[in-house]
Design a protein around this ligand. Structure first.
Ligand SMILES: C[S@@+](CC[C@H](N)C(=O)[O-])C[C@H]1O[C@@H](n2cnc3c(N)ncnc32)[C@H](O)[C@@H]1O
Length: 244
């Protein structure tokens, strides 16, 4: 099976040679960082339609974190276009964090469409190093479709635990690997070395639930979901919450 995967990977690499050459010459990354936000703006609008009820259900639970004042300090990790803002309850004070500043135009649009929230700051940084944010400063951290793209999911989850206050909640929705040994998993492995360049560093075969399970959260709830788009090589999704 491994030999077949390598052969098919090579075939796909040859078919997409110009892309891989651009990557090697260092031209692709800046190009991708610029166009990816446009792609995400289209895709998130569509995926929000399909995921509306699930996201409402998940983010509806943010209300339990509100203090007497009704305020919730919430970090949106890998905020992208701000696709989740519409699902947050009034009174949330949002800190946005993303290493790609090219999302700014789309983020500003989402902010202007969601005036029921307070926007505190935008931090341009990777989730692996959120040193601008103090320990225990967040009631909630939200991360959707991000852990597939980060350099180190483990480091990001350590940082999430650091910035959450005790009792704070991490909400997530992530795509993950198909079951090992399945044909779908084999195709994910074939496509991944090319896909990760097209989709701004996105890995298809991450078993993110394992990273979550190995963290020291006091409570972890994970549900498995089918992908919102059947045509993409992106596999099943996991959705849930983890309490610090
Ligand atoms: C597929 S988009 C998802 C955006 C948004 N969370 C959503 O659900 O629409 C992935 C996002 O993760 C961001 N990202 C990539 N690497 C990251 C990292 N190391 N730390 C934090 N965010 C990262 C990207 O810039 C992008 O905004």
């Amino acid at each position: 099976m491994d030999a077949l995967v390598r052969l098919l990977q090579l075939l796909l690499l040859l078919l997409t040679l110009p892309l891989h050459l651009l990557v090697l010459l260092g031209f692709w990354q800046p190009l991708c960082k610029t166009f990816f936000p446009y792609l995400m703006a289209v895709l998130t609008a569509k995926s929000n339609q399909k995921m509306k009820e699930k996201k409402q259900e998940l983010f509806g639970q943010i209300k339990v974190l509100a203090e007497a004042s009704g305020d919730v300090s919430l970090l949106e990790l890998g905020c992208g276009t701000g696709a989740n803002f519409q699902f947050y309850p009034p009174g949330c004070r949002i800190t946005c964090l993303d290493p790609n500043p090219h999302f700014e135009k789309f983020l500003a649009k989402s902010m202007s469409e969601n005036e029921h929230l307070k926007y505190e700051q935008f931090v341009e940084a990777p989730g692996e190093d959120m040193r601008q944010l103090a320990d225990g400063s967040m009631d909630a951290v939200v991360c959707t479709l991000v852990l597939c793209s980060v350099q180190s999911p483990k480091k990001v989850l350590q940082e999430v635990q650091r910035v959450l206050r005790p009792g704070g909640i991490f909400f997530f929705w992530e795509h993950v690997a198909e079951p090992r040994g399945s044909w779908a998993f084999m195709w994910q492995r074939v496509v991944e070395p090319t896909w990760k360049h097209i989709a701004d560093g996105c890995y298809l075969t991450r078993e993110t639930w394992k990273d979550l399970e190995s963290c020291q959260f006091s409570k972890l709830q994970i549900t498995r979901q089918p992908p919102p788009f059947k045509w993409a090589p992106i596999g099943p999704h996991i959705m849930g919450m983890a309490v610090k």
